[in-house]
Write a protein that binds this ligand. Structure first.
Ligand code: ATP
Ligand code: MG
Length: 254
């Protein structure tokens, strides 16, 4: 077995605010290997983003432990690259200056950060838009800029929270292929949240399914499709049977 990259053992989280308590996650245990691409699906409000906030270190669990690269890890902030559910581009900075933020935060001088980011812009299809502001970009371009910024943090673990959620089907397909190519080149461990079950199968080595709140892991399936993935694979029988199995786990009647 390969090394473990992220491991959660018995993680639970309840939010308490205004005299109300919301049990978001209940006893989550999950092991993700180094270099694996895990996709995570589950109904809205089941705690997927909460799970990411815990792994990243923005929240602490009430119960359970989080391990990064084999070690129990209390100081997690800065260990993981994270693309939150909204792209959070700064409207007053052009694209180049948006994507260099993690480098600046790491103390890299601005000119050096710009030079490093500039050389990566073509990979993200943004070479003609370095000086444009986010408001002048399409949704797909904004997502690619947010992804480049996340990648530039250069961490081994990458958490992507519905990065393609707001995109049309065609752009989404294009970016899926492109993300797989970027992942092949850089080899990070990826955890990818999506509402789109087909996308979860198409991208993932495994797909984990969460229950409605309080979120628990109800099923994990292996995706035996070879890599590189091709869009035509979505018509294969194995794809349809995985789709049926996952929809059933989500409680969708088919
Ligand atoms: N900081 C917070 N304070 C209080 N409650 C919170 C907080 N963050 C999340 N919650 C609650 O925890 C539950 C899970 O929220 P979360 O954002 O993790 O769901 P999700 O699975 O990511 O949903 P979606 O698919 O809609 O993005 C929700 O009921 C939400 O209201
Ligand atoms: Mg969410």
């Amino acid at each position: 077995m390969r090394k473990l990259s992220v491991e959660l053992r018995g993680v639970s989280k309840t939010f308490r605010a205004d005299g109300r308590s919301v049990r978001s996650l209940d006893d989550i245990s999950l092991r993700i290997e180094d270099g694996e691409f895990l996709t995570l699906i589950g109904p809205s409000g089941c705690g997927k983003s909460t799970l990411f906030n815990l792994i990243v270190g923005l929240l602490e669990p009430d119960k359970g432990d989080i391990y990064l690269e084999g070690e129990i890890c209390q100081e997690r902030i800065g260990r993981v690259s994270y693309m939150p559910q909204r792209d959070l581009l700064l409207p007053w900075r052009n694209i180049l200056d948006n994507v260099i933020i993690p480098l600046e935060l790491a103390g890299v001088p601005q000119e050096e950060a710009r030079a490093r980011a500039q050389s990566m812009l073509p990979l993200f299809g943004l070479e003609d838009f370095a000086n444009s502001y986010p408001s002048a970009l399409s949704g797909g371009m904004r997502q690619r800029a947010a992804l480049q910024r996340t990648m530039l943090a250069e961490k081994k673990i990458l958490l992507l929270d519905e990065p393609f959620g707001a995109l049309d089907a065609l752009t989404r397909r294009e970016l899926q292929g492109w993300l797989l190519e970027v992942w092949r080149r850089f080899g990070q461990t990826v955890i990818f949240i999506t509402h789109d079950v087909e996308e979860a199968i198409y991208l993932g080595d495994r797909v984990a399914v969460m229950s409605p709140r309080p979120g628990r892991i109800v099923k994990i399936v292996d995706v035996p499709l070879p890599r590189p993935r091709r869009q035509a694979m979505i018509t294969e029988p194995i794809f349809s049977s995985l789709l049926a199995e996952l929809l059933e786990a989500l409680g969708v009647t088919i």
